[in-house]
Design a binder for this molecule. Sequence first.
Ligand code: BDR
Ligand code: CA
Length: 313
Amino acid sequence: PEKIIIDTDPGQDDAFAILLALASPELEVLGITTVAGNVPLPLTSRNARQIVELAGHAHVPVFAGCARPMAGPLVTAEHVHGATGLDGASLPEPVIPLSSTHAVDFIIETLMREPEGTVTLCPLGPLTNIGTALVRQPEIAGRIRRIVLMGGGCFEGGNITPAAEFNIFVDPQAAVMVFASGIPIVMMPLDVTHKVRTTTARVDRIRRIGGHLGAVAAGWLDYFERFDEEKYGTDGAPLHDPNVIAYLLRPDLYGGRICNVEIEAESELTRGMTVVDWWGVSQRPANALFIREVDDEAFFDLLTERLQRLALR
Ligand code: BDR
Ligand code: CA
């Protein structure tokens, strides 16, 4: 299996990414590292532990990471995810403790220990932990197999400002470090995640998995949808983060282009914008695979089938 570290700020859509990974024998989740993002760090760290317990994978360690971005104040998204970050279903307080190691130390120690080029990082939130790890131990850059992340946008614009996607906006300084690191990057921007929508029919299929997992999963999706449905009048909402894991499992479902992507970190107006040279009009070197296309029907087939497996365990 491909060894991965999931770096996350759960978040209902993060939860689906974690469940999808834990349900998939093609992947070995070495650990889950948490970061401040959708909600503050104590909540993302609690939520991550609730999710691994829900999945029946309480042996997967959870490490708390950075509580605020590399520079500037934390921006959160309770308006989307609710006060807990995981509104929509109630789960018991987690039993498993947080690991005593800091997430950044875990990332560095794991990458220095595992054979070079064997560990994939899956960032689903602001890039603070990854950027900090790169500052602390620059040698890890050459040891990472690849980074597959959710963040950014191009033709689709932004979702927290007109120019910026939330994860990159919260910590643009960290994003600058990641995109300048030379590590192979695959990015799942809003351009693709906005094509992966939870329609009523798709949520009902997940609800019909039944049991505790089916009820919790459907409860999260019902809650998560209401923001987009009220604001934009759509049926359903984009399910961003699980695309990262689905790409690892089924890259054939996705299409994109390798191009140069730079991060705007200074401008007040466009802070956190990913400047994507889709048309190759600059001389800047390519540094990321920018994904734009997805077979969304096949994505939901995969997600539903894997959740079913977890429910049957
Ligand atoms: C991203 O921001 C968060 O709110 C979601 O969990 C996702 O990672 C989408 O812009
Ligand atoms: Ca997230």
